[in-house]
Design a protein around this ligand. Structure first.
Ligand code: DQA
Length: 143
């Protein structure tokens, strides 16, 4: 089976970016832990962080061609803005879990709406880097 982990804009800054909200774990550390989790389950792993909506949309399209079985995605700010990412996920119809480090529902009102959540198998938020571990665990169980 193949799993793809996608990270949206500004997540390349993890570790230095508002650590009181997002914690001190770096993206590299998150990706390494995710890869180890997939390796242990005998699942193929790939990941991409992009600040570009277009690049993320194109990677999602390629996931369909590559027969990716499951996507774990932190759409970051695009969660709250992107009809294009929503349409891409709906278009490829690959099951996915939406992840957030923080709990957007406990933050500003503009973070309360997600363009992706109603299409997701589930949403995990508020547990910092553990949100990814929990999402990967749920994804791997479903493969
Ligand atoms: C985030 C929450 C979003 O509201 C924010 O724009 C992010 C990160 C999170 O992981 O907590 O960039 O997706």
């Amino acid at each position: 089976a193949k799993l793809l982990l996608l990270h949206g804009p500004n997540l390349n800054l993890l570790g230095v970016r508002e650590p009181q909200i997002y914690g001190s774990t770096t993206l590299e550390e998150i990706n390494q832990a995710a890869r180890a989790q997939c390796d242990a389950a005998g699942c193929e792993f790939d990941c991409l962080q992009s600040n570009s909506e277009a690049e993320l949309v194109e990677r999602i399209h390629r996931a369909f061609v590559d027969k990716v079985d499951f996507i774990v995605i932190n759409p970051a700010a695009f969660t709250h803005t992107s009809v294009a990412l929503r349409d891409a996920m709906a278009g490829v119809a690959i099951p996915f879990i939406e992840v957030h480090l923080s709990n957007p529902h406990a933050r500003e009102p503009f973070r309360h709406h997600s363009y992706l959540s109603d299409l997701a198998q589930g949403v995990i938020c508020g547990f910092g880097a553990d949100s990814y571990t929990l999402a990967l665990e749920a994804a791997l169980k479903r493969l």
